[in-house]
Design a protein around this ligand. Structure first.
Ligand code: NAG
Ligand code: NAG
Ligand code: NAG
Ligand code: NAG
Length: 563
């Protein structure tokens, strides 16, 4: 399942409240010893519109190189009827042999709408001394003349991370089926950093000086994380810049780096090489190896110095950085969709069941629904929303308007298949002065802790209220997505005047988008009741104040053609 919510005006710090997908609030894990659970595992948890290969493992922790890289490849009228003139290529980290981590290759699928996918042969497999232990994450860049090129991390025969190039064998093949690894590989080897901690070359960008640039995550011998910068004139010979693009003491290793421009003026996306335009800022996204969370910073890219200077960062502490998503979401990557002038974000959402469950299921890992991503008007954070193509899967619709939910209230949303849905809700709260007071300055960790303590069952004032999804009739099993309004002694909930939410539900995945896409959480849940199919969706309120559902729209979602 996946869902989204939109909260009109929302506090920046509130997003962290949604963290509470973690224990102890989440309570519906599969019982690992249950035969019954095993029998549903194979079918019912499989998603209907989240990208997955037909079977086996995608992406990989603990090696945790980026799992996915994407290229939007423009090709006119090459295949039958299509919605757009382009073909989207999705490359993903894939184990062709098993539902567990290992034997990493680059799986390859194509689509014309980012929703329905056709599988192709594996694009990159270990074959050479420079990638014998796996073809790990990387990126694709389109060079002038519409020539795609892949930069990827190979783990060499000797176990070192090196960066390699792969080129399409036949540039006229619209499917880019075959890729060749030129003999001059590897093009980058570790210098001054740990040879086992040096990976995931980013999509390249072109500087004014005509040199291509990429950034590679690394850990030096002082346990300092670096976004190393490399430059090249010909894409063959790469030279490391003396200064990294960015470095931090707050993590040992950063991986899956993504670096891209955004505009404070438009929602539309920018080409990766856009640097000197008014209102352009840059986003540096890093996967923090120590805790497997994706964080990002917004700042200025000083092209002269080839340095990234984050804004609004006072301490070198990754816990203060922003996150795309507070749930199961890692190794994300964006690409610029030139045809639709948008930047699209994907991430790997891994299973939270056990490896033995995964083996029984025969698969592990999904990609999140692709999200359009842009800079908020305030210039301080990013906003995400599922690509509009997802709406093509909407079927039956149920609507509610102006329904009050008082303390202890529970309203069932009937008429849509509760395991596969897209829901938008808008709530109205009572006076904000009734909000609960919080006494100290917030840090994300505090919010996370508070969230862990205050589950949906801990009564409050304005909230907790929200949705119960994948719920059994007796509520014995459910997943709550809830909302709770607080205030601090200074700034706060003043902004919370209306709350609209949207949800998309797809079996074992729940994606939620709060605050109009400023707060996102992807959760993995394995409710046992999917076995009977008797799932329900409810709106609930466990706060003392009555809230009003001003608008609720729920759609049952069709199954997409996924590989
Ligand atoms: C990797 O592939 C080999 C076969 O080529 C297989 O024997 C091994 O079990 C695989 N390992 C995993 C973890 O999939
Ligand atoms: C390259 O691809 C094009 C388009 O699919 C095809 O017509 C051509 O035969 C291919 N060339 C080779 C050498 O395979
Ligand atoms: C994958 O899921 C497991 C179990 O929930 C979790 O401990 C781990 O951190 C996750 N890995 C990543 C990379 O998110
Ligand atoms: C609401 O609170 C009551 C009392 O604590 C609890 O039993 C119930 O489970 C709560 N509802 C939800 C959805 O958590």
């Amino acid at each position: 399942m996946a869902w989204r919510w939109r909260l009109i005006s929302f506090l920046l710090w509130l997003p962290s409240f949604w963290n509470d997908w973690n224990e102890p609030c989440r309570r519906h894990l599969l019982n690992q010893d249950s035969k019954e659970a095993f029998s549903i595992a194979s079918k019912q948890y499989r998603t209907a519109f989240h990208f997955q290969p037909p079977q086996n493992w995608i992406n990989g922790f603990p090696a945790s190189l980026i799992l996915l890289s994407t290229v939007s490849y423009y090709q006119q009228n090459q295949i039958g009827p299509m919605l757009y003139n382009g073909i989207y290529h999705l490359f993903y980290q894939y184990n062709p042999y098993s539902a567990k981590w290992g034997n990493i290759t680059w799986g390859h699928s194509i689509s014309t709408d980012l929703i329905n996918w056709t599988p192709l042969d594996i694009a990159l497999r270990p074959s050479e001394p420079f990638d014998l232990q796996g073809c790990w994450s990387g990126s694709a860049t389109i060079l002038p003349g519409n020539k795609p090129v892949i930069l990827y991390t190979g783990i060499s025969e000797s176990g070192h991370n090196v960066q390699n190039i792969a080129l399409p064998k036949n540039i006229s093949d619209p499917f880019l089926l075959e890729w060749v690894k030129p003999p001059y590989n590897p093009v980058m080897v570790a210098e001054g950093v740990k040879p086992t901690q040096f990976r995931d070359p980013s999509t390249c960008w072109l500087g004014k000086d005509g040199l291509w640039r990429t950034t590679v995550g690394a850990e030096d011998f002082e346990k300092k994380a670096k976004a190393l910068l490399y430059r090249s004139k010909d894409f063959v010979k790469w030279t490391r810049a003396e200064q990294p693009l960015f470095s931090t003491d707050s993590s040992s290793m950063i991986e899956c780096i993504d670096f891209f421009p955004v505009s404070a003026k438009w929602k539309r996306g920018l080409d990766g090489s856009t640097i000197e335009a008014e209102d352009v800022k840059h986003v540096l996204k890093m996967g923090v190896f120590d805790n497997s969370h994706d964080y990002y910073l917004i700042g200025k890219y000083l092209e002269e110095l080839d340095e990234f200077i984050p804004e609004n960062v006072v301490e070198d502490d990754h816990r203060m950085w922003l996150r795309y998503d507070y749930g199961s979401f890692y190794a994300s990557k964006t690409f610029f969709d030139a045809e639709n002038r948008r930047r699209v974000l994907w991430a790997w959402s891994n299973e939270s069941d056990t490896i033995s469950d995964d083996i029984v299921k025969g698969w592990a890992g999904v990609q999140t629904v692709p999200r359009t991503i842009w800079l908020d008007e305030n210039g301080k954070q990013l906003v995400q929303w599922p690509v509009r193509e997802l709406e093509s899967l909407r079927m039956e619709k149920v609507e509610l308007k102006d329904v009050k939910v008082s303390k202890g209230g529970l309203i069932e949303i009937k008429g849509v298949k509760a395991s596969q849905a897209d829901i938008e809700v808008e709530f109205e709260f009572p006076e904000l002065k009734k909000a609960e007071l919080i006494y100290h300055d917030w840090k994300l960790d505090d919010a996370q802790m508070a969230c862990d303590e205050m589950c949906s069952s801990v009564p409050g004032s304005i909230g907790p209220f929200g949705l119960l999804v994948l719920a059994s009739h007796d509520l014995e099993e459910h997943t709550a997505i809830f909302f709770r309004v607080f205030k601090t002694s200074t700034a706060h909930a003043v902004l919370m005047c209306s709350d609209q939410r949207k949800y998309v539900i797809d079996h074992s995945v729940v994606e939620s988008f709060g605050a109009g896409g400023r707060t996102c959480i992807t959760a993995r849940v394995y409710p046992k009741l999917l076995l009977t199919g008797d799932t329900h969706i409810y709106v609930f309120n466990n706060g003392s104040e009555t809230v009003k559902i001003t608008k609720l729209k729920a759609w049952e979602m069709a199954k997409a053609r996924i590989n």
